[in-house]
Design a protein around this ligand. Structure first.
Ligand code: GDP
Ligand code: IMO
Ligand code: MG
Length: 424
């Protein structure tokens, strides 16, 4: 069997959690392959709302196996809080969730280092989620990290050495801190974590595939936040692109099947960094209000703007997207005119090729399309779509060269419409 991958194509928060939940019944396994509790994936169904951070979004649909892969970074304290809340609402996690022994641990001092580095950057700060993501991946790459599997053998010594090294850095930065409380919660998290099945997930996953099981990989963040291809240095510290599923799970490239690329009908970004189509006017405020564009985890205001087809085309290219999923279409229901960025003007020259740096001198060039001025939130099938909406989708499909197969018209699981072509 092949592995299908679902990826955010913008700057995160595209609605990945919702769609993974919708697609889960078609798969045997759902796996996270990168990122950590910087993610906030929202699911809504049967009047309930859940925000998942480290636990895959396949956890609510029947007895599917959910895997936290080796590419993920895990904070035991946050994991415990998240998992216990789900257990309290009647979801049996221990039977359905396993965790790679090779996933790296976010230590309490990683969170402090994240805050200390941000403070040291002053105005140039990234605006991270403050969850210790960067410092944990830094330790991984510099071969100083601690992994989930380390919890099972001689851990206290390894922890003390890492903590001492981190404290030296914190002291050299003059960053004040108090570890007592967070360390206590962290070690409680460690004991809780040990109750789960800690596995060599690359073996499990390949065995499952050999046995004909199907796997959906759930991306976190988005392609524009990728450490290599995103708007560096205003990015996260992992490979959010499709290839990240290979390294983050131990799946060979030839085993990748469908690549679902998910995007909002407009665009948002949270944290600092360039955003060519950002709107600073009342249209931006209107999108924020209608789309409830506030961070699922941090509550931070999300910056809003028009769809950026230059960046999306780039994302489709580096991810090898085979199907598109358009989210939050309903948010644009009331607009007279909708703009779509089709090219950038860079140093006076027009280009539709995503440039090395979008921080300076990039001016978006827009196409204008008529709005559909119709409430789409209760629609059940594509036959009900207004003509102008179909025209907006066709325009995007033409620009990106990939079909839009799913349209989301509201946050609920039920507000999801599949589109069918003659080949389906
Ligand atoms: P993720 O990080 O990609 O899983 O996305 P988030 O959960 O951070 O942000 C998406 C937000 O949009 C959540 O509050 C969802 O409940 C909401 N949402 C998802 N799809 C739709 C949609 O089609 N319409 C509207 N109005 N909201 C949606
Ligand atoms: P989901 O999975 C949106 C952003 C942060 C910051 C940058 C680096 O819910 O889409 P980090 O804490 O990762 O070092 O922060 O990345 N960021 C996200 N933005 N959605 C996310 O996740 C994000 N995860 C990180 O705001 O700009
Ligand atoms: Mg999110």
């Amino acid at each position: 069997m092949k592995v299908d991958v679902l990826l955010g194509l913008q700057w995160g928060d595209e609605g990945k959690g919702k769609v993974v939940d919708v697609l889960t019944p078609r798969y045997d396994v759902v796996a996270r392959f990168q990122g950590g509790p910087n993610a906030g994936h929202t699911l809504e169904f049967e009047g309930q709302k859940y925000v998942l951070r480290s636990i895959p979004s396949g956890i609510f649909q029947g007895d599917k196996l959910n895997i936290i892969g080796n590419g993920v970074v895990l904070d035991p304290a946050l994991f415990k809080a998240e998992a216990e809340a789900l257990e309290a609402s009647g979801h049996d996690l221990k039977a359905r969730l396993c965790i790679s022994k090779k996933a790296h641990l976010i230590l309490p001092t990683h969170r402090l280092l994240d805050a200390a580095y941000e403070a040291a950057k002053g105005d140039a700060k990234v605006g991270t989620t403050g969850k210790g993501i960067g410092p944990t991946y830094t330790d991984k790459v510099s071969r100083n990290g601690l992994r989930v599997g380390d919890l099972l053998h001689d851990f206290d010594r390894k922890y003390a050495a890492a903590k001492a090294r981190h404290e030296q850095i914190l002291q050299s930065l003059g960053y004040p801190y108090d570890l007592a409380e967070t360390e206590k919660a962290w070690f409680e998290g460690v004991e809780y974590l040990k109750q789960f099945r800690l596995v060599d997930s690359e073996h499990e996953i390949n065995q499952l595939l050999d046995n004909g099981k199907s796997i959906l990989c759930e991306g976190a963040q988005g392609t524009m936040l990728d450490i290599d291809f995103g708007s560096y240095p205003f990015v996260t510290s992992s490979n959010t692109i499709c290839a990240g599923a290979c390294t983050g799970l131990g799946v060979a490239p030839g085993r990748i099947g469908e690549v679902y690329g998910i995007f909002k009908a407009y665009c948002t970004r949270v944290g600092a960094g360039p955003f060519p189509t950002e709107l600073f006017d009342e249209t931006g405020d209107r999108i924020r209000q209608l789309g409830h564009e506030y961070g699922a985890v941090t509550g931070r205001k999300r910056r809003c703007g028009w769809i950026d087809l230059v960046a999306l085309k780039y994302a489709v290219m580096v991810d090898g997207v085979t199907q598109l999923i358009m989210m939050k279409s309903d948010v644009l229901d009331g607009f007279d005119t909708i703009k779509a960025c089709v090219a950038y003007r860079v140093n006076g020259e027009e280009t539709d090729r995503f440039p090395f740096d979008i921080a300076e001198g990039v001016e978006p060039i827009y196409a204008e399309l008529p709005g559909w001025k119709t409430d789409m939130t209760k629609m059940q099938s594509e036959d009900e779509f207004p003509e102008e909406f179909n025209a907006y989708m066709s325009f995007i499909e033409e620009q990106l060269g990939v079909p839009i197969k799913i349209v989301s018209v509201g946050p609920d699981r039920a507000q999801t419409i599949e589109r069918y072509t003659e080949e389906d």
